[in-house]
Design a protein around this ligand. Structure first.
Ligand code: TRP
Length: 329
């Protein structure tokens, strides 16, 4: 069975874009692939989170992943720092990763530009750690967004370079997992573009009813259509896209007709949209709370994930170290 691996940084909350986008596909993939889902806590250290927030960030994502339907019986769900083999491989890969090529990475250049006072070596070698995450499980497929494609390219480069240098075939070259038309793009509420964590235009799975209503009521629209059957401007189209994701067909038809006949009241549309978003997210919010309060369950999940991940990672490391020339006395 092919191996699929996906990592997520341990900062923030999951939003509707995550849930109706990639996560929907992850949940299906659990039955078709050998899946590894992990929380990249080491990666999040590049920005020096406060020690108290560091752990709660990991716990938040873990509980939200589980509440959304990732299943520890089917997949390996684990924390990056629980697998020391990742760090070991990271050290070895650092020896064949060149400063120049890491400096040329778009994400590194952007971070240097945004935070010139925190250009640490961990930031420079961020893609090497990510390559170690992927290669330690010899993953075939990695679902990544556009912003991570260059990192995946570096993982392929390092896999190839290692295999060539030592004359081995330890690492397959990991490919981007493209969901194609299965990936629903969820728009944000600010009138243009995708819903995203850094865009501040999102609704989180953990938002309460009042917050959701407030955010939706504030969503960008326009003054309303002035001629029948006119083309929707992007902000209005985005609200309809959201409506199609969370509401039933009758509701969508009702508001489409109202738009086309210029009788639409955006306030009504937004009220309905907020109510239907709540229908999806409030049960998840409850599950997040239940799971977060169940320390025994969380500990069990993490232990199981760690065992699965370490079994796979240590097998790879044994081959890697043999290839490099480590021998026991
Ligand atoms: N860099 C990824 C992000 O910011 C997170 C990540 C870390 C990752 N290691 C990974 C993703 C390995 C896929 C595979 O989104």
């Amino acid at each position: 069975m092919e191996i699929v691996l996906s990592g997520i940084r341990s900062t923030g909350h999951l939003h509707l874009g995550n849930y109706f986008g990639a996560l929907r596909n992850y949940i299906k993939m659990q039955d078709e692939y050998n899946c590894y889902f992990f929380i990249a806590d080491l990666h999040s250290l590049t920005t020096h989170p406060h020690p108290d927030d560091f752990h709660s960030g990991v716990k938040t994502i873990l509980a939200e992943y589980l509440a959304s339907g990732l299943d520890p019986e089917k997949s390996a769900i684990f924390i990056q720092s629980d697998v020391p083999e990742i760090v070991e491989l990271y050290v070895l890969l650092n020896m064949i990763a060149y400063k120049g090529e890491l400096e040329r990475t778009a994400s590194f250049k952007e971070k240097v530009r945004k935070n010139p006072d925190n250009v640490n070596a961990g930031l420079l070698t961020y893609p090497v750690l990510m390559a170690a995450d992927i290669l330690v499980h010899r993953a075939h497929k990695v679902p990544v967004g556009k912003d991570q494609e260059q990192h995946l390219e570096i993982a392929r480069l390092l896999a190839r370079r290692f295999n060539n240098l030592y004359g081995v075939e330890v690492f397959p070259e990991p490919q981007a997992f493209n969901f194609g038309s299965d990936l629903i793009k969820v728009p944000g509420l600010d009138g243009s573009g995708k819903m995203g964590k850094s865009e501040g235009n999102g609704i989180y799975l953990y938002d309460d009813e009042k917050t959701i209503h407030k955010k939706v009521m504030k969503a960008v629209t326009d003054a309303g259509p002035t001629a029948p059957d006119s083309k929707m401007p992007e902000p209005v189209e985005n609200l309809f896209t959201l409506l199609k994701i969370v509401s039933d067909k009758e509701t969508v038809d009702h508001f489409t007709k109202a738009y086309n006949s210029c009788t639409i009241r955006y306030g009504d549309l937004k009220k309905q949209l907020a109510a239907d978003i709540c229908k999806h997210t409030l049960p998840i919010r409850e599950r997040i709370d239940d799971i977060s309060n169940d320390s025994d369950y969380l500990a069990k999940v993490v232990r199981k994930g760690r065992e699965k991940a370490r079994a796979s990672a240590s097998a790879t490391l044994a081959e890697v170290k043999r290839a490099v020339g480590f021998r026991s006395f």
